[in-house]
Write a protein of this length. Structure first.
Lengths: 463, 98, 365
């Protein structure tokens, strides 16, 4: 089978922008995405949904159509519903699509797998009815499904966007339980210069806050001591704010305290990562083009570091330029001259980030959960269990995994990895970098043994 | 529609088809996201954990958390990664049911 | 820091030996590597296995049997002391066959070994139908199996955790994140780690798995150890499907089915490969067809610690008396022997087992 020049994993803004740019430079591109239609999470199902709910979701969402349209360019093959479960030397991707396993060979790979919600372990967070704010967004975007009695808990601009969309849809949230404090805001003022350079973001945020205020949505700030209670499902959120205890009855809770890069695929091929203190997460070590320590691999988008959709698209184009130069489709001077404006635009888009990251920090009590709180949802391992493993000599997450099964469930540490690293770093008085992260191995997503076996000696994937 | 259900559907005019979940007969919008459709139909517990039997439902809706697992034709799959089709027979994954 | 024994390597082998020495009243310091170290203790198949061992050296078959027989008592003692159940099941295990020829050949080999062991080798041959009664999920391609009644399995991670717990409880010091760089001997040994930690002891045990490749020669050993990769798969948790373990598949106590393993000479490469995984999946499905629908959740490449003949090495250093090499590829099976008998040999008591056949001189030709 012929090798494609560039295989891209993920059809969100970074992947789509990269695909179009790379194809424009003459590269053959295959973009694999596990969803049935392109858009990633932020532009989820945008082609189908924009005419249905675009006004409710807003201009920033509808804009995604420019990128999805770009996938129609010649030279791009879009494999929808393709779940990549392994990346091997070659490079070669193993994936399943329609219940069949297949492989694709490429000369270069771009990871554009985006972000995950930062895990937010709180008492009761595993109850049915508790979801990430991102999940709430996806329900609304893709399916037009609204939660009738929902409380939003956490911090960050995404909560304001969701609240505003819920207001527009006619089912406003029962309340917003926000965890950022005035002290956080004051601490963020040292980044005010950057925030003002990113005034478009600020203005959008203020607009959303205004919309929420006009709709009379109740907002509590500085909340802490948060717990979700209920018998068999979420029934109430309890918290303390401004010195008073509160209890809000509800059916659904949307949690959010930031998003973090989804590092699974990158770690599975050995890309080095380091701890980013500003964003409180691991980010891959990249050069300015998104190239990694692995010769055949680039990373672009939120998976490279949180920057949002516009930055993701710019990063996708920068990566495509560098890859095109490495594959000798363009020369380095073209790459550099076309890259310069993209870099300037990126810096401009990132200007407000330090302010936002500081004004809306991760919730401290979720970074250091109480002993009884579950931190590995799959295997139901608690924070106290992890602290116990530290006392038994576990200095890193892989030993903790061996001792307690944390990280061994189907999500493979996506929702507990950062928590385990955080807890062990604290118990062992070590840095996050020294503590490390789970070793990630294939399969990146489950694949049935039957699908695997059928690939045994099977002819290579059809062109 | 029962006002007590946690989720409501803005409606896309899809035809409804027969789906059963753990023996319960439902009529869900054809082609809709399966997890979203089950939630809207009032199913909030999709499974019980093998470790302790705790009830779980969708959490991330993007195929990353694996809390929305259902069993189809003996295979465990994420409901949030599937679409509703006529005649779908779903069950709770057997490993969690005692 | 000072002790009677410094044990280099805190995996199952090192901790089992530490445990046994602590029970004999010795002071022990264990130096264990870091979170990313190759750890055969974490990647193995969990079998407590007698059959097929020692076909060319009956003393090894006997050593495996001795350990398997001591395992129940060992597990109970650990369980009573720590409250942790290590999940030992000794209800027999299978050697599955897909052809009559290989089955017959194996039976001939076992008969030969059995006579060398004075008849103590309790196995039976099950044809397909008899096997189906024991394993309803067995597939039609399996023509039969040898069921050996001394075989079983345990939960190797729970064993590791129980040992880690009890070694500390009994007063052993376990220091983690210590990569030993140098060992010298004057009257006593001085063991130095990369971060500057220094431990002094009368005796040293090298039980660092693949670490013996670099440290062994420093202690005067040949240490002819190599890595051999075994890719292993584990499925999602499933309802009970497989009753007894085999080398092809076993159902672990938490419900997942573990499938193994390749035998690849690839050096220190512990990655998995799609062809490796696909081949293992195909074999597992041939044995248990229902597994076709099972989701693969994890896979890994475990690096076996192999001597040239695959048998353990128990050797005192001639260049540095008081230093011992303890290495094997069946650390789970031999955990009981390492915990209860090897300390006698290390201490030179009259209960010491005869381990001459396991000296590394057998490689010096």
């Amino acid at each position: 089978m012929a090798r494609v020049d560039l295989a891209i994993i993920g059809a969100g803004p970074a992947g789509m922008a990269a695909a179009q740019f790379a194809a424009g430079k003459g590269l053959s591109v295959c973009i694999l995405d596990e969803q049935p239609r392109a858009g990633g999470q932020i532009y989820r199902d945008v082609d189908r949904v924009a005419p249905l709910r675009g006004d409710l979701l807003g201009k920033d969402y509808i804009e995604g159509r420019a990128l999805t349209a770009g996938l129609g360019a010649p030279g791009i093959t879009h494999l929808a519903g393709a779940v990549v479960w392994a990346i091997e030397e070659g490079p070669r991707l193993a994936y399943t699509q329609d219940g069949k396993g297949a492989v694709i060979d490429a000369r270069h790979v771009l990871l554009a797998t985006g972000a995950l919600e930062r895990p937010m372990p709180l008492p009761g967070w595993t109850l049915p009815g508790v979801m990430t704010a991102g999940a709430g967004q996806i329900l609304l975007k893709q399916s037009g499904v609204m939660a009738r009695r929902a409380v939003l808990v956490g911090s960050g601009p995404l909560l304001y966007l969701i609240a505003a969309q819920m207001v527009r849809a006619g089912t406003p949230p029962l309340a917003m339980v926000e965890t950022q404090t005035r002290g956080d805001f004051i601490g963020a003022l040292k980044h005010l210069g950057g925030a003002l350079r990113g005034w478009r973001y600020l203005l959008k945020g203020l607009g959303l806050l205004n919309e929420i205020r006009r709709a009379g949505v109740v907002r509590h700030t500085g909340a802490h001591g948060i717990a979700i209670t209920g018998e068999g499902r979420a029934e109430a959120v309890k918290f303390t704010a401004k010195g008073r205890a509160h209890r809000i009855g509800c059916d659904t809770v949307f949690l959010h305290h930031g998003v973090v890069p989804n590092t699974q695929a990158a770690r599975s091929v050995g890309v080095a990562h380091c701890w980013n203190a500003q964003q409180q997460c691991f980010v891959p070590e990249l050069d300015g083009w998104g190239a990694t320590s692995v010769a055949y691999l680039h990373i672009a988008g939120d998976g490279a570091g949180i920057g949002g959709a516009k930055v993701a698209a710019l990063a996708g184009r920068l990566a495509a330029l560098d890859i095109a130069a490495r594959l000798e489709a363009i020369d380095a001077t073209v790459r550099d001259s076309e890259g310069a404006p993209l870099r300037r635009a990126t810096l401009s888009e990132l200007a407000a980030r330090p302010f936002l990251d500081t004004a809306y920090p991760p919730l401290a009590e979720a970074l250091a959960p109480a002993d009884k709180t579950i931190i590995c949802r799959c295997e139901e391992v608690t924070a106290g269990d992890i602290r116990g493993y530290a006392r038994l000599g576990c200095i890193g997450p892989n030993q903790a995994k061996a001792f307690g099964r944390a990280g061994m469930g189907p999500c493979q540490g996506r929702y507990c990895g950062l928590s385990v690293t955080q807890i062990l770093a604290e118990e062992n008085s070590q840095s996050h970098d020294a503590t490390g992260h789970y070793r990630i191995r294939p399969p990146l997503k489950p694949v049935t043994l039957g699908e695997l076996a059928a690939m045994d000696d099977a002819p290579e994937a059809a062109e | 529609m029962n006002n007590a259900l946690p989720f409501e559907d803005l409606g896309e005019g899809r035809a409804r088809v027969a789906v059963s979940f753990a023996g319960q007969e439902l009529r869900l919008p054809e082609g809709a996201n399966l997890a979203a459709a089950l939630l809207t139909a009032g199913i909030t517990t999709f499974r019980h954990t093998p470790a302790s039997g705790a009830p779980r439902g969708p959490f991330c809706m993007m195929g990353a958390c694996f809390d929305c697992l259902v069993e189809v034709d003996g295979v465990t799959r994420q409901a949030c990664m599937m679409e509703v089709r006529d005649g779908l027979v779903l069950d709770m994954p057997q490993a969690g049911e005692r | 820091m000072e002790a009677d024994y410094t044990i280099i390597g805190g995996g199952v082998v090192g901790l089992s030996v530490a445990w046994g020495l602590l029970n004999k009243g010795r002071r022990v310091i264990v130096l264990d590597g870091d979170d990313g170290s190759f750890r055969a203790s974490r990647g193995n198949f969990g079998l407590v296995w007698v059959q097929s061992k020692g076909m060319a050296q009956p003393r090894y078959a006997r050593w495996s049997q001795t350990s398997a027989a001591a395992w129940r008592g060992f597990a109970d003692t650990l369980g009573d002391a720590t409250g942790r159940d290590v999940g030992l099941e000794q209800n027999g295990g299978y050697d599955l066959h897909f052809s009559e020829e290989t089955l017959a050949a194996r039976v001939r080999d076992y008969e030969g070994l059995k006579s060398k062991l004075g008849g103590d080798y309790p196995y039976e041959v099950l044809g397909h139908n008899a096997l189906r009664k024991e394993e309803p999920a067995i597939g039609p391609k399996v023509v039969g199996a040898i069921l050996h009644h001394q075989d079983g399995h345990a939960n190797p991670l729970r064993l590791l955790k129980a040992l880690a717990d009890d070694v500390r409880r009994r007063g052993g010091q376990v220091l983690t994140g210590k990569m030993v760089t140098d060992v010298t001997k004057a009257d006593i040994f001085t063991v130095t780690s990369a971060d500057g930690t220094v431990v002094k002891s009368a005796k040293v045990i090298l039980s660092a798995g693949l670490g013996a490749m670099t440290l062994g020669p420093k202690l005067g050993f040949i240490a002819p150890i190599r890595a051999q990769r075994g890719q292993v798969l584990i499925t999602e948790k499933l309802p009970k499907l497989i009753n007894r373990p085999s080398l092809v598949a076993r159902q672990v106590d938490e419900g997942g089915i573990q499938i193994g393993a390749t035998n690849e000479e690839v050096g220190l490469d512990d990655r998995v490969t799609q062809p490796g995984l696909s081949g293992l999946a195909a074999e597992a499905i041939a044995a248990f067809p229902a597994l076709a629908r099972a989701q693969l959740v994890r896979s890994w490449g475990a690096l076996r610690v192999l001597s040239p003949d695959g048998l353990p090495i128990y050797q005192q250093s001639e260049a540095m008396p008081g230093a011992y090499l303890v290495t094997c590829h069946s650390g789970i099976t031999l955990a009981a022997a390492h915990a209860t008998l090897l300390p006698e040999w290390l201490e030179g008591t009259d209960k010491a087992p005869d381990l001459e056949v396991f000296s590394e001189q057998r490689f010096a030709v």
